[in-house]
Write a protein that binds this ligand. Structure first.
Ligand code: GAL
Length: 340
């Protein structure tokens, strides 16, 4: 019996290896039991494998929904190193195809994005007028730690890139570190950014082509908050932020406003459940409105692993809108059915 089992096991090794290699969502009938690697739910904090069987490497990210496909842009990390911006595509939000690097640092040591620079928190919008995909990200210059505190812009004709670096700057002269973009229903876009050594959170209306900030640039509040993620629900704007403790998790805060330029009112900590007071050991990065559904929003956060940033995990949770103010409750495992 034992011997027979062993022979069976040895005989199945080539098939097993094949199934591991062939996990790109293609159906392979010869190994139908093993090949079924479709993902059908979110498991916050667990490894999340792409179509190549590798943990998704898109941290501090954001998502663009474009013509039926979601594109997830995020920091590509190699250990601690910043290696550019990765992009993944998906039709269902569970299964992601690695589309490679959307933007990559360059060899030219005179460039703002020369290797050794730090690219963080990339976000992409599509500009209907110019028909360009416009990426903004937080850029730190090579060899300067986090002192440069710049925002940077890159564009592409395709969602998956390659993006061409345009320039980097301090918006209206202000320091700019953690950031997000927000596209309002009227087609106007905004850059929300942590400024003045992260004490200030500011918002700037963008130019029509989304390539630069306008002078309409205002302080939202001076509370030492970062990692901004904005969404609009029921004609109100909601803003989730973290405190400023580097890679360490801290308590989240939700603000609400009738107008993007404020005044913003605090609604306290919207997190509920185990480790809620530390944002489930994670930090906000984006809120995704689910396409084709009304009032369906996903809170996206990063559970950073500072020793090996590429291994940082993703915390995606549904935003519950049934109470007076939005809440985010911990779930080990959930699917889009929660929005039904
Ligand atoms: C955090 C920030 C991250 C990264 C990190 C570096 O405060 O949210 O995006 O910049 O600091 O220590």
């Amino acid at each position: 019996m034992v011997k027979q089992g062993l022979i069976l096991l040895i005989a199945s090794i080539p098939f097993l290896a094949h199934s591991i290699r062939n996990n790109n969502n293609e159906t392979d009938n010869s190994i139908d039991v093993l090949a079924d690697d479709e993902i059908s739910s979110f498991k916050p904090g667990e490894l999340w494998l792409d179509n190549n069987g590798e943990h998704i490497n898109a941290h501090g990210g954001g998502i663009l929904y474009d013509k039926g496909t979601y594109y997830w842009y995020g920091e590509k990390r190699g250990g601690r190193r910043s290696e550019g911006v990765n992009v993944y595509s998906s039709k269902d939000l569970y299964n992601w195809k690695a589309e490679g690097l959307a933007l990559v640092p360059v060899q030219d040591t005179l460039s703002d994005i020369s290797w050794g620079c730090i690219m963080e928190r990339p976000k992409v919008l599509y500009n209907k007028e110019t028909q360009k995909y416009v990426m903004w990200f937080h850029l730190e210059l090579r060899g300067q730690g986090y002192d440069a505190a710049r925002a940077a812009v890159a564009t592409s004709d395709n969602a998956t890139g390659p993006f061409k670096f345009i320039n980097s700057f301090r918006p209206n002269g202000n320091m700019s570190r953690d950031m997000g973009l927000f596209l309002d229903d009227d087609g106007i876009a905004y850059h929300i950014y942590a400024s003045d050594e992260n004490y200030d959170l500011r918002i700037a209306k963008l130019s029509d082509d989304f390539l630069s900030p306008t002078k309409e640039d205002k302080l939202l509040f001076r509370n030492h908050r970062e990692a901004p993620a904005i969404f609009k629900y029921n004609k109100k704007y909601y803003l989730i932020t973290s405190g400023c403790t580097g890679w360490d998790a801290n308590q989240a805060e939700l603000h609400v406003a009738d107008n993007l330029f404020g005044p913003w009112k605090s609604l306290g900590d919207p997190m509920r459940g185990e480790n809620a007071k530390r944002t489930f050991n994670a930090q906000s990065t984006f809120v995704l409105p689910v396409a084709g559904r009304t009032d369906a929003f996903i809170f996206m956060a990063d559970r950073w692993n500072p020793k090996d940033l590429k291994d940082s995990r993703y915390i995606w949770l549904p935003i519950s809108l049934e109470q007076q103010s939005p809440l985010i409750e911990w779930k080990n495992n959930w699917s889009l059915d929660v929005f039904n």
